[in-house]
Ligand binder design. Structure first.
Ligand code: COA
Length: 238
């Protein structure tokens, strides 16, 4: 069953720096069209039509490679698709989680719990702590999450359970989730964000975190620290 309701199909697709642009808003597409960089002749021809169509009320316009075998079927009958969708509103949405997201959250994080990347949380705990989660929704499917655990007395918060579905990685969603969690921590008046990680230390270092010691953890967190996991502690001033 299609999870990408059809707009109108156009026989081109759109790449930027070698990567397929999966979805774009009409406004962003128009900016890129006006800047004119890296657009093929086909795109100059068809993109204005796609923009006009969605602004005129068509739900979505799909740009699909005319040479791709089964391109239309793959675009409409797989969630990720193979072309570029132009729409008025963004297809990706960053929002706070609700209890309706628990099932999708379990599906997203359980493979990462199974391979030891994330600490195991039961469904019941997720239900209790759902308010701590921010999620990325792509066209009705939950594709990323992160949670904030504040330790107010220590002026600090933990960023936990950061995950993006493998097919959606390397598109900046991890970064956006991190920014959202930092924003939420700042709104609570907190000054430090820390993370415990066994495999992703470098990703956090590249985003301003520095390695710290277990002793720098808030006391309440220190009591729960699992020495067997040997997670690295990284901290960022926010
Ligand atoms: C870490 C994670 C959330 C990043 O999500 P993302 O949406 O791909 O993040 P971004 O698009 O913002 O960043 C992607 C960049 O991070 C790099 N990256 C991904 N995982 C990395 C890791 N473990 N170590 C170092 N760099 C990593 C990618 O190579 C990419 O770099 P590039 O653009 O130069 O090629 C995602 O890889 C993930 O879900 N990993 C498994 C869960 C995990 O490790 N969570 C952290 C535990 S606290």
């Amino acid at each position: 069953m299609s999870t990408r309701p059809s707009g109108r199909s156009i026989a081109v697709e759109w790449y930027q720096r070698g990567a397929l642009i999966d979805a774009i808003t009409a406004d962003a597409a128009e900016r890129m069209l006006n800047a004119g960089e890296g657009l093929t002749e086909d795109l100059h021809l068809y993109l204005p039509c796609a923009i006009r169509a969605v602004r005129g009320g068509v739900g979505r316009a799909h740009l699909i490679d005319r040479d791709k075998d089964g391109g239309l079927l793959l675009e409409f009958f797989t969630h990720q698709g193979v072309g570029t969708v132009v729409s008025c509103d963004p297809l990706f949405g960053l929002r706070e989680a609700t209890v309706d997201d628990v099932g999708a959250l379990v599906a997203l994080i359980s493979p990462l719990e199974a391979d030891g990347t994330l600490v195991r949380r039961g469904r019941e705990l997720l239900e209790q702590e759902i308010g701590r989660f921010s999620v990325v929704d792509h066209d009705g499917v939950l594709v990323g999450c992160a949670a904030l655990y504040p330790f107010g007395e220590d002026g600090a918060a933990e960023l936990a359970c950061l995950a993006v579905m493998p097919e959606y990685r390397r598109a900046g969603l991890g970064d956006q989730l991190l920014k959202r969690i930092e924003q939420r921590a700042r709104e609570l008046g907190l000054e430090r964000l820390f993370v415990l990680t066994t495999r992703t230390a470098q990703w956090f270092r590249e985003r301003g975190f520095v390695e710290s010691g277990v002793d720098d953890l808030p006391r309440q967190k220190l009591e729960l620290y699992n020495y067997k996991r040997r997670s690295k502690v990284l901290v960022k001033a926010i």
